[in-house]
Write a protein that binds this ligand. Structure first.
Ligand code: NAP
Length: 570
């Protein structure tokens, strides 16, 4: 039985290099890789060795014979990427492997090892650290403003996507390397400046993501009963800054504006069975609110037609196999119209799935689970309600026709937006730091900003999946290493050991790797009491208390650290 890539594919390409017969595509050297919604295994060429299974960081690959019923559609989906291969015969194994993109090689005659500060600890940051640490002697210090690492993997991935969160095992392995150090609970821009970091490092990579929501500038947004999907996801995931977010689930309908994967995440969680969510790492406060929820329908309102749906095909398959998803009759007609004119294979498959959805003619409500309605051609005009939101007014896109939809909660899900970084240039419209392949560029002079690099969403904007950050970070690290090799990066003026002293002086409650491991272990242990993968702390004070009582690192580690300090002093 061939192997199959399923919904949680992160597209980092690890499986491609593990495959001995090069049967996983698009590979990172192929043109479609950057925009592919997932990777696909050729069932005809696959030799069933399972090497890809071990390489996949998110457990997305399994033999076709072992797929759960809701994963069955992925067998045809993988095969559909290779329409020219005959399904009834095996291709002879090839020895032509996918070309590996070489790691950047650190060279040159420098006074000390290349030392890099990485700001942020999400996927782009951890992949950048991983690439840097492929080189002997390179040192990486990761700075994160929360006491817990891994950014959107912890606070953005929906709790019912636990396999996607498995990528943290890879990040934990990276963080355990000897030349890697965590400085958690430290905010660059507040506790440390860019110049502070450059005094102790050759370069700084900012991998801070795009923390803001894009705002919908229409009347009524901001009223009680309005909010954003990204904040709601953070609340669901127990992000400490969002524990008190008012999420009013006391009305029957929620409207989500925009139909990207974040909108699908929110709609799925708001309509899921709380007993199933209770087996995930969802925050206690969200679970409690969902148990008391009176929501019967979540309407996902897109301003364009079905052909331009922003959600990806794997997520649509995941949604329709799990949730009760419907379409209004008028939208069914739009789907059929689009289907008649579509040429792109992925869009066609999305439309075929949409065309088979049930109709939204029956009233929503018990005894059925709450439902999700995908709605199209609705351009938001204003939020209805005087003192709190009670619905939304739309126009039918491209016409003067106006319609209204009642709702007790209106969430926008129209994408993320980057936030300016102190001491660096910023493109306010695109929400990114101006850069050339990750090298920060001053837009006035057109010259690189000394020692400053970016990776991830703050570099390229809020697009792609967790694994997209791997090739993005590699490109940035290549630029950085080129600059180091060319002698363009000044050596740090302080000894590495002075960094600890500086950070502790500015932020006495800095959390190190041992502190994070203690928080992690305590959360997993709390979770095991109720059969959950973890029960997260949602207050920073609680996290810091656990970190402060972290057991001493093993003697071997302390000796290695001491030897390193002595080497610095020599
Ligand atoms: P997104 O995919 O960019 O979708 C944004 C949606 O907002 C689109 O439907 C867009 O419609 C709509 N929109 C934008 N401006 C609007 C306006 N003024 N009025 C009405 N609608 C408007 O954003 P996202 O859902 O936040 O996702 C961000 C990235 O994270 C994506 O790459 C996504 O795939 C990724 N992500 C992946 C997963 C996963 O793989 N499971 C989960 C979450 C997020 P138009 O198309 O008409 O502009």
């Amino acid at each position: 039985m061939p192997h199959v890539i399923t919904q949680s594919c992160c597209s980092d390409g690890s499986c491609v290099y593990a495959c001995p017969v090069n049967c996983i595509h698009p590979s990172p050297d192929e043109p479609g890789f950057a925009t592919a919604e997932m990777l696909y295994i050729d069932p005809v060429a696959c030799v069933d060795c399972g090497a890809c299974v071990s390489a996949c960081p998110v457990g997305a690959i399994a033999p076709a014979s072992q797929l759960a019923p809701e994963q069955q559609p992925f067998i045809a989906l993988n095969a559909s990427y290779y329409p020219e291969h005959p399904a009834d015969q095996k291709l002879p194994p090839t020895s032509k492997l996918a070309p590996v993109i070489p790691a950047p090689e650190v060279r040159g005659n420098h006074r000390g090892p290349l030392t890099v500060a990485v700001v942020g600890s999400g996927p782009a940051a951890m992949y950048a650290a991983d690439e840097l640490l492929t080189q002997h002697g390179v040192r990486v210090n990761v700075f994160e403003k929360l006491p817990t690492p891994y950014g959107l993997v912890r606070a953005g991935v929906a709790p019912d996507h636990q396999t996607t969160k498995r990528v943290t095992a890879l990040f934990d392995r990276i963080a355990r390397r000897r030349e890697f150090q965590f400085f958690l609970n430290v905010e660059v821009g507040k506790h440390l400046s860019h110049d502070d970091l450059l005094a102790h490092h050759h370069a700084v990579i900012y991998a801070v993501g795009a923390p803001n929501d894009r705002r919908l500038e229409i009347n009524g947004m901001g009223l009680p009963g309005t909010g954003t999907a990204t904040e709601t996801v953070a609340w669901i995931n127990g992000h400490p800054d969002f524990t008190d977010l008012p999420v009013d689930l006391s009305h029957e309908r929620v409207i989500v504006v925009g139909n990207g994967n974040v909108a699908l995440d929110v709609a799925r969680v708001l309509t899921a069975d709380p007993d199933e969510l209770a087996r995930t790492d969802i925050s206690d406060h969200a679970l409690q609110a969902l148990r008391a929820s009176r929501v019967q329908e979540v309407v996902i309102a897109a301003r364009r037609g079905p052909m331009h749906s922003a959600f990806t095909l794997p997520e649509l398959i995941g949604l329709t196999t799990k949730a009760n998803v419907v379409l209004a009759a008028a939208d069914h007609e739009l789907v059929l119209r689009d289907l008649a004119g579509v040429s792109d294979a992925v869009t066609k498959q999305k439309l075929e799935i949409l065309s088979k959805l049930g109709e939204a003619t029956m009233p929503a409500g018990p005894p059925l689970r709450p439902r999700i309605r995908l709605a199209y051609q609705l351009t938001p005009i204003r939020v209805l309600g005087e003192h709190r939101a009670n619905g939304m007014q739309f126009c039918v896109t491209g016409t003067d026709e106006v319609c209204q939809l009642g709702a007790g909660l209106v969430l926008t899900s129209i994408g993320y937006h980057g936030k300016a970084i102190r001491d660096l240039p910023f493109d306010d419209i695109a929400g990114v730091v101006p850069n050339n392949g990750g090298r920060v560029i001053d837009p006035n002079s057109g010259e690189p900003v000394h020692g400053a690099y970016v990776a991830g969403w703050i570099k390229r904007g809020p697009t792609g999946f967790i694994g997209t950050n791997k090739s993005c970070a590699l490109q940035t690290v290549q630029r950085l290493v080129d600059d180091f090799n060319a002698g363009l990066l000044r050596d740090p003026i302080s000894k590495p050991s002075a960094l600890d002293t500086l950070v502790r002086a500015r932020q006495p409650t800095v959390v190190d790797a041992a502190g994070w491991r203690a928080i992690d272990a305590a959360e997993v242990s709390r979770g095991s009491l109720s059969d959950r993968p973890r029960n997260k702390f949602t207050s920073i004070a609680d996290m810091l208390e656990v970190a402060a009582n972290a057991p001493e690192p093993p003697l071997r580690r302390r000796l290695a650290d001491r030897l390193r300090q002595l080497a610095d002093l020599a």
